[in-house]
Design a protein. Structure first.
Length: 93
């Protein structure tokens, strides 16, 4: 399994979550087969997302979609409090 790991600050969780939920169909169309959203226990203005894909190519394609269509447009990314950091990870165990 391959994961697109995303970390970034947020301004408000409810605003961010509402925007995240608007793109559920885009995630499904891109091949996302699992989603995990987490926050640090000591920082409610930071979010960590893990999106599972069948391949690294699919994860990279969706990361490019996010960069070009979501994060670059404030109307598509309300609640985003800074530039996201991404990593594409393969499970080894």
């Amino acid at each position: 399994m391959t994961r697109l790991h995303i970390e970034h600050p947020i301004t408000d969780y409810e605003t961010w979550r509402s925007a995240f939920d608007r793109f559920v169909e885009a995630r499904a169309a891109a091949g996302v087969v699992g989603t995990r959203v987490s926050r640090p226990v000591d920082d409610d203005r930071f979010i960590v997302i893990d999106l599972e894909f069948a391949s690294a190519d699919a994860a990279a394609g969706f990361a490019a979609f996010l960069e070009q269509n979501i994060w670059s447009t404030p109307a598509n990314s309300p609640g985003l409090g800074g530039h996201p950091r991404t990593m594409i990870l393969d499970d080894v165990d």
